[in-house]
Design a protein around this ligand. Structure first.
Ligand code: PLP
Length: 232
């Protein structure tokens, strides 16, 4: 399968999941490009563009985002999100190359980014809905306070929520965690006075995108479904 075929078949899978879930709104495909070379990242961005899709790429590491951003930026309209944890000492480098930070997990991180940012930056609050200790993200109980910190900041714009789903083959359990994030999104929209549709839900990966789409995902992050097995 070529990269273009991989993207097209992933897109079809999302469309089928959306249709099966009776979804009429848009579910976007973001390519998770960790460990991909600059050339591969550009090819992926070109592939999305050539299919008429939004050029959305997600990077786990600031270092890889920095190294690949120039190649990705050759493709007009490309948008790079950080989908891995951000350490305070890498904020400036992240701000220099990404359009969005999808892994906001503490008020301290909000303050640190706010102090350094010189423009508005879109962020997603990352929530650990599965409560697995290995996962990053704010605890659901602490999410409202974190949301408030984002809303009160000068430079961060709340664009929605992100989670890495429960690692389980049990559909009901995985979906319950995604449903928790959706409810948090809905409650937040009410509470801060924005439209639900203006808050994204980034959830679902190659192994479980159908379950995430059924629970309301508006962005799915796909790596292996498009690129093949992960590299070490
Ligand atoms: C790697 C990664 C993905 C994509 O995972 P696949 O199972 O390869 O589709 C999505 N989100 C994050 C945060 C990742 O690190």
């Amino acid at each position: 399968m070529t990269l273009l075929e991989g993207i097209a078949s992933a897109r079809l899978r999302i469309d089928e999941a959306a249709a099966a879930a009776g979804r009429a709104d848009t579910v976007s495909l973001q390519l998770a490009v960790k460990t991909r070379t600059p050339d591969e990242c550009r090819e992926a961005a070109e592939g999305l563009a050539s299919l008429g899709l939004p050029v959305l790429l997600g990077h786990n590491r600031v270092q890889e985002a920095t190294a690949t951003a120039p190649a990705i930026r050759e493709v007009p309209g490309s948008r790079i999100s950080l989908i891995g944890p951000l350490q305070t000492n890498k904020i400036n480098r992240a701000l220099a190359c990404v359009d969005a930070i999808d892994t906001i997990d503490s008020p301290g991180l909000v303050d640190a980014i706010d102090a350094r940012a010189q423009r508005i930056i879109d962020v997603l609050v990352q929530v650990n809905v599965s409560a697995e200790p290995s996962k990053h993200g704010v605890r659901p109980d602490d999410a409202p306070r974190l949301v408030d910190a984002v809303v009160e900041s000068e430079h961060l714009r709340l664009a929605g929520f992100m989670t890495v789903g429960l690692n389980s083959p049990v559909e009901a359990d995985v979906r319950a965690a995604y449903a928790d994030l959706r409810r948090l999104r809905d409650d937040t929209a009410d509470r801060v006075g924005v439209a639900t549709a203006d808050l994204d839900l980034s959830m679902g990966m190659s192994g479980d995108l159908e379950w995430a789409v059924a629970e309301g995902a508006t962005i799915v992050r796909l790596g292996t479904a498009v690129f093949g097995p992960r590299r070490p």
